[in-house]
Design a protein around this ligand. Structure first.
Ligand SMILES: [Fe+2]
Ligand SMILES: [Fe+2]
Length: 276
C-alpha cells in the first residue's frame, strides 16, 4: 500500500467557544496527524444556529477544506445566500428538491479526488426524503468519479446511523455521524472497509448541555415549557475523528476518535478529601 490519505473530521462547532477552540487546536491536530484534508461540521457555528460568511471564513481560515452541516443550517436566513454561492459548504442531500445548496463536493489532494457527501436521518427529525435511497441514487454518480468518499450522516438515532453504516459499508470510505453532540464509543472499520462512528461529538463548551447553557436546558426539561437556548462558554473541547484511507481502493484502514482537552475521568483522592 502506498501512503495512506490522512483526514480529520471535526464535529459540530457550537458558537464562539467552538470557533475559538477550533482555531486553537486544528493546526495542532493537522500537524500531529499529518492530515492532508479537513472536514468541519458548522451547522451550529453562528450562535448555535446556522452559519454565516463570518463563521465560514473563520472555519476555512482555521484549515478546513469542506464545511458540512445539518438541520440547523436552515435556521439562519443568512445561511441560504451562503449555501447558494459556496462550492464547499454542504447541506444534507435528502431534503426535497428545490432546497438551496449543494450536498456533495469534490476536492483534489495531490493526484487523488476526494468526495464529501452529506446525508440526514429521519428518526426523531424532519420527515425529509429517504437517506438510504438518496445515498444509493447519488453514489451511482459519485462512484464513477472516485472511490474516496466521506459521508457526514447527520442523524439523531444511533440505530439509524448504524443502519446507514451497514448500508454503505464497502461503498464509501467513511460514515461519520454528527448532530447529537455526544461522542459514541463505537468507532470501527466495518468488514467492507468503511470507517464508522455513530457520532464524533461536538466542538464547543462542555460545561453545558450539548453546547447550550445548563440552566436553560434544565428549565426546558423540568417545566416542559419553551426557554430560548443560549450558547454556553465553559470548558470548551474539540471533538472529532482521524481516519486513514488506502488511496488505491478507497477503503479505510484506521479510525481514531478524539476529544481534546480530555475529560477528567478521575479525581485524585487527596483533592476530594481535603479538609480546611
Ligand atoms: Fe449540531
Ligand atoms: Fe443537527
Amino acid at each position: 500500500m502506498t501512503n495512506t490519505l490522512k483526514i480529520l473530521f471535526i464535529g459540530d462547532v457550537v458558537g464562539v467557544p467552538g470557533l475559538k477552540i477550533l482555531k486553537e487546536y486544528l493546526p495542532l491536530l493537522k500537524e500531529k496527524y499529518s492530515s492532508e484534508f479537513i472536514i468541519v461540521n458548522g451547522e451550529n457555528a453562528c450562535n448555535g444556529k446556522g452559519l454565516t460568511e463570518t463563521e465560514s471564513k473563520e472555519i476555512f481560515d482555521a484549515g478546513a477544506n469542506v464545511i458540512t452541516s445539518g438541520n440547523h443550517i436552515w435556521e439562519n436566513w443568512k445561511t441560504k445566500a451562503l449555501l447558494a454561492d459556496a462550492t464547499n459548504i454542504l447541506r444534507p442531500y435528502n431534503y426535497p428538491p428545490g432546497c438551496v445548496g449543494r450536498s456533495f463536493c469534490y476536492d483534489i489532494v495531490g493526484e487523488l479526488t476526494i468526495c464529501v457527501l452529506q446525508l440526514q436521518g429521519r428518526t426523531y427529525m424532519q420527515a425529509i426524503d429517504c437517506p438510504f435511497r438518496g445515498a444509493d441514487n447519488i453514489l451511482k454518480k459519485i462512484s464513477q468519479k472516485t472511490n474516496i468518499i466521506i459521508v457526514d450522516f447527520h442523524a439523531d438515532a444511533t440505530a439509524e446511523k448504524l443502519a446507514m453504516g451497514w448500508h454503505l459499508d464497502g461503498r464509501v470510505s467513511a460514515v461519520l455521524g454528527t448532530h447529537t453532540h455526544v461522542q459514541t464509543a463505537d468507532a470501527r472499520i466495518m468488514p467492507g472497509g468503511t470507517a464508522y462512528i455513530s457520532d464524533v461529538g461536538m466542538t464547543g463548551a462542555s460545561d453545558s448541555v450539548v453546547g447550550m447553557k445548563k440552566d436553560i436546558a434544565l428549565r426546558r426539561y423540568i417545566y416542559q415549557t419553551p426557554h430560548k437556548y443560549e450558547v454556553a462558554e465553559g470548558d470548551p473541547k474539540i471533538s472529532g475523528a482521524f481516519i486513514e484511507i488506502n488511496p488505491e481502493d478507497g477503503k479505510a484502514v484506521y479510525i481514531e476518535p478524539f476529544i481534546l482537552p480530555e475529560f477528567n475521568k478521575r479525581v485524585e483522592s487527596n483533592s476530594i478529601h481535603e479538609v480546611s
